[in-house]
Design a binder for this molecule. Structure first.
Ligand code: CS2
Length: 480
């Protein structure tokens, strides 16, 4: 049986794949919540490069907010894991050593709260996905359900992300542990401002010395599969059960507001700037919005991957129109950036044939994603008096997708925190497109009132839904 990746086998793996930083050689300075594939292929890589080139005690303590399995794997591997960059030109694997320690929040929430109150921890980063913030996606307000209320008002161990943060910040203030930056690295609009608003709502005020830099994060990192593990094993000669694979491209734009210092992420290629919001909007609308379009239309057409969906006849032309007519005119991009050119490069990345990104993975949690990815574009275009035709097609595709049947009649899973609410809305509606649109536009946490009450948008979505019901995705795209 092959060995498993750990410090003791590092000397046996190819020199170019060895980590640039050894876990244990630097002290921890960052607490990270959310140990998923995205974090491992993104912030963990930037931070390893920043420590290697710029120094500093910026090791990461990685916290898994839900599952314990990865914690066991990473503990057995001395916190080491590998990232394989995949493109048509080949694969490159490197082991990353920026994780200094790992914790499992559900089994030891107290340890996470203590870390947040530890003066050595000066930066907290989060990749917990949209739904873990417990925000109303349409408004960004904290949704105080029983769980969140118990976290905020009792002293039982916190179970939610807002609960952990708020308890930790309170403990930090009490301990006088000094300033700290809380950095959301999730695909939310104005993610820094939203996180700040959430803390403010929960505590009644923002504790002194706490900042919330906004960031735009980007790298396509599909869920790990058996193939990912097999590739890592071939490259390393040992088993790595925490391996991830990703596209070669990566980007990180960070608002430079760190009151207690930060790693030299710019040495690793990150852009530190005063204003991230144009970058966030660009990425959410022109990358994630187009991704969601491919996910819903592709899943309905029976495509397993995003690259396959992009090859459907008429798909690329529709997406180019979506980019040029709806997305590009909907906002002011960062200086010097052309949204249409950015969109073209995004389409090239989506076409990467070796990245097996499943349509169903991107389709997940649509209720949490649709507002910032597509609905904000619609609102901005409608304010300008324009008809966002392609955006309406994407909304209709989501509506047909949540109905649970692909064009060939096969069942589609609905993996969404609002799944029950969506199903209840659909069950209470008639089957006609107008009924479905009316029922789903009634979901106030997804569709802002302004959009739900807009007849032009409603008519467009209804027409597309009728066309999808009648002709299927292939028929609709093929008609040009
Ligand atoms: C995707 C993103 O799953 C999704 O919803 O759109 O995870 C996307 O791959 C990343 O944001 C790329 O940076």
């Amino acid at each position: 049986m092959t060995d498993q990746l750990s410090l003791s086998v590092l000397r046996g793996i190819p020199a170019e794949a060895r980590p640039r930083v050894h876990p244990g050689s630097v002290q921890a300075g960052i607490l990270h919540l959310g140990l998923g594939a995205f974090h491992r292929a993104h912030q963990a890589v930037y931070t390893e490069d920043a420590i290697a080139d710029g120094g500093g005690d910026w090791g990461i303590v990685g916290v898994a907010p839900r599952r314990a399995q990865l914690i066991e794997v990473l503990s057995a591997q001395d916190c080491l894991f590998s990232v394989t960059s995949l493109s048509g030109e080949g694969a490159r694997t490197r082991v990353i050593g920026s994780l200094a320690a790992v914790r499992h929040a559900p089994s030891d929430p107290g340890a996470v709260v203590d870390l947040l109150a530890d003066p050595a921890i000066r930066v907290v980063t989060l990749t917990v996905t949209e739904k873990a913030y417990r925000m109303d996606p349409a408004t960004g307000r904290l949704q105080v359900d029983d769980e969140v209320r118990a976290d905020l008002t009792t002293d039982r161990p916190p179970r939610t992300v807002p609960g952990l943060l708020v308890r930790g910040l309170t403990a930090r203030a009490r301990a006088g542990a000094g300033p700290i930056a809380l950095v959301s690295c999730d695909n939310l609009p104005s993610n820094g401002r939203r996180l700040r608003g959430l803390v403010e709502q929960a505590l009644g005020e923002v504790p002194a010395g706490v900042t919330f830099p906004s960031t735009m994060v980007d790298r396509i990192v599909p869920a790990t599969t058996e193939e990912t593990l097999a590739r890592a094993r071939t490259a390393l000669g040992v088993r790595d059960l925490a391996a991830v694979a990703a596209e070669p491209y990566r980007q990180w734009v960070i608002e430079d507001a760190f009151p207690a210092g930060r790693p030299a992420w710019e040495r690793a290629g990150a852009v530190l700037t005063g204003d991230v919001e144009p970058w966030e909007r660009l990425k959410l609308r022109a990358l994630n919005g187009v991704h969601s379009a491919l996910a819903y239309l592709g899943a309905l057409a029976g495509c397993r991957t995003i690259a396959e969906a992009l090859r459907l006849p008429g798909m690329r032309a529709m997406l180019e129109r979506f980019l040029a007519e709806d997305i590009a005119p909907s906002f002011t991009p960062p200086p010097g950036v052309s949204v249409v050119e950015y969109g073209q490069s995004v389409l090239e990345r989506f076409a990467n044939p070796v990245i097996e990104h499943r349509t169903l993975q991107v389709a997940m949690d649509g209720s949490q994603k649709l507002p910032q990815r597509v609905l904000h574009t619609v609102l901005d275009r409608r304010s300008a008096g324009a008809n966002p035709v392609c955006s309406a097609l994407v909304i209709a595709a989501w509506m047909r997708f949540v109905g649970g049947r692909a064009d060939d009649g096969r069942a589609l899973p609905l993996d969404d925190p609002l799944a029950d609410t969506i199903r209840a809305a659909l069950d209470g509606a008639g089957g006609k497109p107008a009924d479905v649109v009316a029922a789903l536009f009634g979901l106030e946490s997804v569709f802002p009132a302004e959009l739900a009450g807009d007849d032009v948008t409603r008519d467009l979505v209804e027409e597309w839904l009728a066309a999808l019901d009648r002709h299927g995705v292939v028929g609709v795209l093929g008609r040009g």
